[in-house]
Design a protein around this ligand. Structure first.
Ligand code: AVJ
Length: 313
């Protein structure tokens, strides 16, 4: 059992500068990654348990049911790398089946990552776990010196890739390609295009958990950036945009109002939107083409209840 923890400098003014830049843009927008404070993580877990939101259940079922096939397709690997590993639960299936010598977990939330990595190290004797607390969007390349030589598998589950535009996704997958190296592979999960009514319901659950998740962003900004958003003056609004192939989440201003954020003043007109998330949906062939643009070669793919996992080398 071995577990190493390395904390990178995470620019703590990133939230402030990204939010201020987003509020000055037109239309106003805030990157979806800022949903995940402690309460946001809790609400996201709750979303995954809503009957309308099948994405996480579908991926778990796929990874459980098709694990033997996936393991055969991947073959022997020396190291699994997971950007955005969070509580390190999703990778457990793979660690059991592939038995790599090393697991490298990357996550911006170091406080949650360290104990999760520690538990993995205890549960999988013989596995060396390296936990890198970093903002991988900003400094993925710095992970390179912690990677052993040999066959690397990048694991990017959960349709996290859906938060990036196709162009951003190609760029990120290209960075993954270079990090994985010549013998590297990528195992990635994404949500498939489906009946827009189903997608609509998944982001407008009856219990209002997705709405609470969206509105929680304002509470975070109030607390961390000394903002004064009035939660009841904004409405959760999520819909599927079939032209762009994405769910868009917005917070729509219910009145003409001014908000102060980190000492700066911003005006919202009645009906003006703050765009908080895009969640892109792909057909299997579309996603394959996107990854190929980034230099990956398609090896195999699996689908289950509207969710897909693809393997590239
Ligand atoms: C974590 C990005 C996959 O896009 O479905 C769930 C986040 N937002 N409900 C998604 C989310 C609203 C989720 N991802």
């Amino acid at each position: 059992m071995a577990c190493h923890f390395v904390e990178f400098a995470i620019a703590d003014d990133a939230l402030r500068s990204d939010v201020l830049a987003g509020l000055k843009a037109c239309p106003k927008a805030i990157p979806a990654r800022y949903f995940y404070d402690a309460e946001g993580c809790r609400l996201f877990e709750a979303i995954c348990q809503q009957p309308e939101y099948g994405l996480t259940r579908a991926e778990l079922a796929l990874m459980a049911d098709r694990l033997p096939e996936i393991a055969v397709a991947v073959g022997a690997v020396d190291c699994i790398i997971e950007p955005g590993a969070g509580d390190c639960t999703k990778v457990r299936h793979l660690l059991g089946a592939l038995q790599p010598a090393q697991f490298v977990a990357l996550d911006i939330a170091g406080a949650a990552l360290a104990p999760a990595a520690d538990r993995l190290g205890r549960d999988y004797p013989g596995l060396t776990v390296t936990a890198l607390a970093m903002d991988f969007l900003r400094c993925l390349e710095e992970a390179r010196r912690f990677l052993p030589a040999g066959r690397r598998l990048l694991y990017y589950p959960g349709s996290s890739i859906g938060n990036f535009s196709p162009a951003e996704s190609t760029a990120l997958l290209g960075r993954f390609r270079r990090l994985a190296g010549a013998e590297g592979q990528l195992l990635i999960g994404f949500d498939l295009k489906k009946d827009p009514a189903l997608l609509h319901r998944a982001y407008n659950d009856a219990a209002g958990v997705t709405a609470a998740f969206n509105l929680n962003l304002l509470a975070r900004l109030n607390r961390e950036l000394l903002a004064d958003f009035k939660r009841e003056q904004f409405r959760h609004y999520a819909y599927y945009n079939p032209i762009a192939g994405r769910i868009e989440m917005h917070l729509v201003s219910l009145s003409a109002q001014a908000v102060t954020v980190a000492g700066e003043r911003f005006e919202f007109a009645l009906g003006e939107t703050l765009h908080t998330e895009n969640s892109y949906k792909y057909r299997a062939d579309e996603f394959q083409a996107l990854a190929e643009l980034a230099g990956w070669e398609f090896k195999a793919g699996w689908e289950c209840e509207g969710f897909a996992v693809q393997l590239f080398a």
